[in-house]
Design a protein around this ligand. Sequence first.
Ligand SMILES: Nc1ncnc2c1ncn2[C@@H]1O[C@H](COP(=O)(O)OP(=O)(O)OP(=O)(O)O)[C@@H](O)[C@H]1O
Length: 260
Amino acid sequence: MTTATAASKDANPRGTGIAARAQQLTKAYGDGETRVVALNAVDVEIARGQFTAIMGPSGSGKSTLMHCLAGLDTVSSGRSWIGDTEITGLKDKELTKLRRDNIGFIFQAFNLLPTLSALENITLPMDIAGRKPDQAWLDNVIDTVGLRDRLGHRPAELSGGQQQRVACARALASRPEIIFGDEPTGNLDSRAGAEVLGFLQRSVRELGQTIVMVTHDPNAASYADRVLFLADGSIVDEMHRPTSDAVLERMKRFDAARTS
Ligand SMILES: Nc1ncnc2c1ncn2[C@@H]1O[C@H](COP(=O)(O)OP(=O)(O)OP(=O)(O)O)[C@@H](O)[C@H]1O
């Protein structure tokens, strides 16, 4: 049996259960006349083993939704869960532990430590948490991102796309319940972006990972299984098996609504 088969055998089966959920999630900034409702009573379920993209016009609440779902930001009212654990109301220490143990993050900036090798960057969060990586899983992740021959390189010796693949492998290494990405290909050229998106898609399809990604790019959204469209802090539409043309057409309707 190959390592990859051994590791993926007990990966989450696709499409079973809910990895994250929000109920009437509301987030407002400021008070009185300066009050901005960034999220307005959002109900959403993120299916386990799916790749979900969040799209919408600038200021529609995409990043706020991601940050609230991931426990990076507090909410004004409503409830949210990661797996079976309700995160609204958790104390800071419990939330930090839940984020560390159950959630992976990939941001636009790769956030790698320059003095560490690619492999050391990938295992750093687990080293900090005092957890030993599952070697078969780690091998599987490294092969999936195609970094086997770059593991000893420092970030400065890698291309932007390779650095982001290290960041993806770092997010996947601990097999989190869910990975959140905020514009993970925003700093990459289209070829490197396509590589990273292809890898994220494979990690969902082959490794059973759950991914939620905020993006402005219809082409990036087309790699997802499902696209949620936000406008003015509400989920107003969704699309399954999106194509970039269909997503682009849907986004144009927001522009038309705004200018009419
Ligand atoms: N810290 C903050 N203080 C006040 N208002 C904020 C804050 N963060 C976000 N907002 C407001 O909340 C709304 C939603 O912002 P958010 O960043 O979630 O939108 P977005 O869809 O991610 O936007 P973009 O596509 O431009 O990144 C916007 O009106 C924004 O101005």
